[in-house]
Design a protein around this ligand. Structure first.
Ligand code: BLA
Length: 511
């Protein structure tokens, strides 16, 4: 039921994924205090790269004493000189190993993460100038949104080498659709599939607005704890929102395992201050993308976002023109014929598409006209009667069966409708209908391996949650937007004007 789903979603969003108290094992983490950069917390894996050390010998020393004074100076430089930006990085060499050193501030402390560079080539290679230029120039050649979507997945895949790269776009309710994809032949395709909002809960989406890139190098990793687990003075766990090594939610690890992938990376795509979507990358086996390649991916994400804004702006203007056009056409039509039926007749396609509707009914005292897919005539009359009892204005619903649950016939409707009165007293209405999403889109099916469901109250498990969610959207149409309502109002205005003119006309004829 809705209540159960709501409860389960809240539970998901409560998981405090920004304070896992552990990291992924492809690097080490230090929390530093004071000007001398004394280490107050450290990940329990320093021995892996610095075998002469243990956690106990590291705590309370300065960073310089642990990784070398020259290296520590290099890190101090990026913190001091470029302190305005939230995250700074440099490359350092300890013994014969290279590390990407990434620093950011958390409250009064500095967090330094040393991420191992396991591919020496990526240390010596240049700064990806060519890739970035190709990308920026190539974007401008994409003339349609679908071309743009595929281009970004192609280029991110070429840069990173992932098995499959998808562009995932959110809708108004945070469900999502795979709108672009580039993949190796042996990977299953997700193109065109839709996924429920619960797959990426609210706190995760919020996090991806702060930290634009997220890497999970190997789902089979053992998390490395941070020692001590809380800040020695404040007793608070470390806020790892900006951390590059942050350990992953176990629920999401399970999710990726269910999908049959071992590594993932996502890049945030932001529009108008909101998370628009993610470039979601997968790999069949564990895959660690070097920090600087991730940075270049993130930059490509920012460039893509900018191009998307300008192309979406163009599309919105075209959409608006379509909406204006129907009102203009109808207004122009008024001059020649005052009859509503005649007025709408050759213009029904436009009147339907202006509201992205699948059907339309126009009811006047005299007649009922139907265009596209609509319910039966008697049902339409009942809808008008029902709406009139609710409001004297415009009424709309995404789920007619829920809205009219007490009505013996209307509770069997599928999808939604928007009803606009053209003269309330006479029960004249224009009603637009929209089919349910279930009929219109492909929801991603459950994979073969469905995890066991735990039931301590209602909990969503990856994919097991799917059926529950599917039921709730089965009969719902896409939401009616402010623009839809405004267009309906404008059309009604034209029709009312037509009626007024035709009344005048009749009077003139009489006298
Ligand atoms: C995170 N879920 C994510 C992420 C993606 C998805 C892309 C970002 C992390 C990453 O890059 O892997 C979902 N991945 C998808 C989808 C597609 C894809 C939809 O490739 C489609 C093609 N997940 C669940 C349920 C919960 C849940 C039921 O299915 C909660 C109860 C949680 N998902 C969840 C959490 C995260 C997440 C907590 C954050 C992981 C983290 O950053 O630690």
């Amino acid at each position: 039921s809705d209540a159960e789903l709501e409860e389960a979603l809240k539970e998901c969003a409560r998981e405090p994924i920004h304070i896992p108290g552990s990291i992924q094992p492809y690097g080490m983490l230090f929390v530093l205090e004071g000007d001398e950069h004394r280490i107050i917390q450290v990940s329990d894996n320093v021995q892996r790269w610095l075998p002469q050390l243990t956690v106990d010998t590291v705590l309370h020393k300065t960073l310089g004493e642990i990784i070398g004074h020259e290296q520590a100076e290099q890190i101090r430089d990026i913190i001091v000189e470029r302190s305005l930006m939230p995250i700074q990085s440099t490359i350092i060499k300890i013994d014969e190993m290279w590390f990407d050193a990434v620093a950011h501030r958390v409250d009064n402390n500095i967090v330094v993460e040393l991420e191992i560079v396991d591919d020496r080539k990526s240390v010596v290679r240049d700064f990806f100038y060519d890739e970035l230029r190709d990308f920026a120039v190539g974007l401008r050649n994409a003339t349609t949104l679908p071309d743009l979507y595929d281009f970004v997945t192609l280029k991110i895949r070429e840069l990173t080498g992932f098995d499959r790269v998808k562009l995932y776009r959110f809708d108004e309710n945070w469900n999502g659709e795979v709108v672009g994809e580039n993949k190796a032949e042996y990977m299953p395709s997700y193109r065109g599939l839709h996924f429920p909002a619960s797959d990426i809960p609210e706190q995760a989406r919020r996090l991806y607005m702060t930290n634009y890139i997220r890497q999970i190098a190997d789902v089979n990793y053992a998390p490395v704890p941070i020692i001590p687990p809380v800040h020695p003075d404040t007793d608070r766990p470390l806020d790892m929102s900006l951390s590059v090594l942050r350990s992953v939610s176990p629920i999401h690890v399970q999710y990726l395992a269910n999908m049959g992938v071992s590594a993932s990376m996502s890049i945030s795509i932001i529009q108008d201050g909101k998370l628009w979507g993610l470039v979601a990358c997968h790999h069949n086996v564990g895959y660690h993308v070097p920090y600087r390649v991730r940075m270049v991916s993130e930059i490509m994400g920012h460039i893509f976002s900018a191009q998307l804004s300008s192309m979406e702006g163009l599309r919105d203007r075209q959409e608006q023109e379509k909406r204006n056009l129907i009102v203009e056409r109808l207004t122009a039509g008024l001059k020649t014929d005052f009859n509503l039926e005649e007025l709408l007749k050759g213009r029904q396609t436009l009147a339907l598409s202006a509201l992205n509707a699948t059907g339309m009914a126009v009811m006047t005292r005299k007649r009922l006209l139907r265009f596209g897919e609509t319910p039966r005539e008697d049902i339409i009359h009942q809808i008008a009667e029902w709406v009139q009892a609710q409001t004297s204005g415009i009424y709309h619903t995404q789920e007619a069966d829920k809205a009219c649950v007490d009505h013996p016939d209307l509770c069997r409707l599928r999808g939604g409708f928007l009803a606009a009165p053209i003269s309330v007293a006479k029960k004249d209405y224009i009603i637009w209908f929209r089919g349910s999403e279930q009929q219109q889109v492909n929801w991603a099916g459950a994979p073969e391996k469905v995890p066991e469901k735990t039931r301590a109250g209602y909990r969503l498990m990856p994919r097991a949650s799917f059926e529950l969610w599917k039921e709730t959207v089965q009969h719902r149409c896409k939401p009616w937007t402010r623009d839809d309502i405004e267009t309906a109002q404008n059309i009604v205005q034209v029709v009312l004007e037509g009626e007024r003119l035709s009344a005048e006309h009749a009077n003139v004829a009489k006298s």
